[in-house]
Design a protein around this ligand. Structure first.
Ligand SMILES: Nc1ncnc2c1ncn2[C@@H]1O[C@H](COP(=O)(O)OP(=O)(O)OP(=O)(O)O)[C@@H](O)[C@H]1O
Ligand SMILES: [Mg+2]
Length: 204
């Protein structure tokens, strides 16, 4: 299975989600490949702090071709692809080879509306890649708050399933990244770890 994380907007949590989803899959003893297709190379920096991650990480400057995608799907149980904050060629190619794409969105109406180009691109790509499905993940929700009615209404305008799990804003998620680890190594008992695991369980 190839899972790509996409959102045109910068700083929504794509890289953090990609690392921790790969981490969650790795806890099930699945063979996991994490692909960083962002030219910023955030994953390279993450890996530089701790050069021995529990799964394979590749900085893939050129997105996978369909032949390469077939090959990695044979080699690994799960491939997680982090995308750059843009809807250019790389994101298009990532969607072309994915089975599932996840759009992390912060639960504010403005952020939800700003995902509309991302959603439109995914819909166009679904016509070309028939196996592609898409889900929205409410991400960086403030703990203890409810999602407002406006945000719920805005989310409902998109044709994709929304994960039941909501990922909250937690300092442990930031600290794990800074220490070059996944949340499952840094704070396995944390609320944050439970959330990323719950996201994975919904996928599986
Ligand atoms: N669950 C979380 N709780 C709190 N902070 C988070 C969480 N997930 C991500 N962050 C923080 O949000 C910021 C953006 O995260 P991240 O770099 O993963 O986003 P991104 O979408 O990959 O950004 P870019 O578009 O620049 O690649 C970072 O400072 C990160 O530490
Ligand atoms: Mg990123």
């Amino acid at each position: 299975m190839i899972i790509s994380i996409v959102n045109q907007k910068g700083g929504v949590g794509k890289t953090t989600l990609a690392v921790n989803l790969a981490g969650a899959l790795n806890t099930l003893k699945k063979s996991v490949l994490l692909l960083d297709t962002d030219p910023q190379g955030s994953m390279v920096q993450w890996q530089a702090v701790n050069p021995d991650p529990p799964f394979q990480v590749r900085h893939q400057v050129r997105p996978l071709t369909s032949r390469q995608a077939q090959a990695v799907k044979k080699e690994f149980d799960a491939v997680v692809i982090d995308s750059p904050p843009a809807l250019e060629n790389t994101t298009v190619k990532n969607l072309a080879v994915s089975d599932l794409t996840i759009v992390p969105i912060s639960p504010s109406p403005l952020d939800i509306w700003s995902a509309n180009e991302t959603v439109a691109l995914i819909q166009r790509m679904m016509k070309k890649n028939r196996k592609l499905s898409a889900r929205i993940l409410v991400y960086r929700k403030i703990p203890g708050t409810r999602i407002g009615r406006e945000a719920k209404d805005a989310l409902a305008e998109y044709p994709f399933t929304v994960f039941k799990t909501e990922v909250t804003q937690k300092i442990a998620a930031v600290e794990a990244m800074i220490s070059g680890q996944t949340i499952f190594e840094y704070a396995p008992g944390s609320k944050s770890a439970k959330e990323f695991k719950a996201v994975m369980n919904e996928i599986l």
